[in-house]
Design a protein around this ligand. Structure first.
Ligand code: ZZB
Length: 258
């Protein structure tokens, strides 16, 4: 499976992360790296998600850059020509997802250029990088999680202001309009991020509708179909060194059950 790895540079660490990262990364810029199948939606990022029970690492990619992601994905990257030395995984430190929450990061290509890291219950440690960039306009999981967080910020241990950015219209679909994910969430009567079965169905619907019938509302390829714009946005992000190709190996089933 071919993902796009989105490089979200750390602007300011949460207090808990700052203490752990200090003195460990040298002169490197640090990026949270999110794996996405929808690079054309990056204009609408409003935050980023990590799993609070997931262990992440900060990995040296070369002398200038370090990535925050799961060990598993760092290892995959080391065999895909992303790291300076093939096969070598250099972990600078380990950090709990819970401690990364509240970190402010850059959101490449997004209309909101800086966003916060927030907690999501349904992040799988066995998929992508374990970091998920959030586009609530077009991803039902993201919209529902953001809605949950806004209803009960203290319950989730976040500051309300971290979840303050509203969904941004980036793609129009004939059936659902300019906010596909919120419309599908409403149609399927989804109440919380715990409604995982309905959310899987909503994701399927939103993927299909966006890919086959979506039109870009913003960005350099405004007016073009999602099908045409998707590879172009991806290429632009890679050219700008804000993203890279990241492939998931075929042992997904094995790693899921282990
Ligand atoms: C931004 C985005 C915008 C996404 C959208 C989707 C949508 P799939 O199809 O199951 O492979 N994702 C990535 N990694 C994880 C993880 N570890 N745990 C949970 N979710 C993860 O799913 C790939 C998508 O799932 C990725 O693409 C990412 O969210 C999320 F408008 O990135 B996406 C209708 C979906 N729309």
């Amino acid at each position: 499976l071919e993902y796009t790895g989105i490089k979200m540079e750390v602007v300011s660490w949460s207090d808990a992360a700052a203490k752990q990262v200090e003195g460990k990364v040298g002169a490197r810029k640090v990026f949270l790296v999110a794996a996405t199948l929808r690079p054309e939606t990056m204009y609408g990022q409003t935050n980023c998600f990590v799993g609070t029970a997931i262990k992440y690492g900060v990995f040296a990619i070369n002398d200038k850059e370090a990535f925050v992601c799961t060990y598993r994905s760092a290892r995959n990257m080391a065999f895909q020509g992303i790291t300076a030395e093939r096969g070598n995984v250099e972990q600078l430190l380990e950090i709990d997802g819970a401690d990364i929450v509240g970190t402010k990061i850059k959101a490449p290509f997004a209309l909101n250029s800086e966003v916060y890291v927030l907690p999501m219950e349904n992040v799988l440690p066995t998929k992508g990088t374990g970091v998920v960039t959030s586009v609530p306009s077009d991803s039902p999981d993201d919209f529902q999680t953001l809605t949950d967080l806004r209803k009960k910020p203290e319950f989730y241990g976040i500051k309300a202001e971290w979840a303050a950015i509203d969904p941004v219209a980036v793609i129009a679909t004939p059936t659902y309009g300019e906010m596909t994910a919120p419309a599908v969430v409403k149609q399927l009567k989804i109440q919380s991020q715990k409604d995982t079965k309905q959310l899987a169905e909503a994701k399927e619907i939103a993927y299909k509708e966006g890919f086959y019938n979506g039109k870009m509302l913003v960005g350099e390829f405004k007016g073009e179909s999602v099908q045409d714009a998707k590879p172009k946005v991806r290429a632009k992000m890679i050219e700008a060194a804000l993203a890279f190709a990241y492939a998931e190996p075929e042992n997904l089933v094995i790693s899921r059950s282990s």
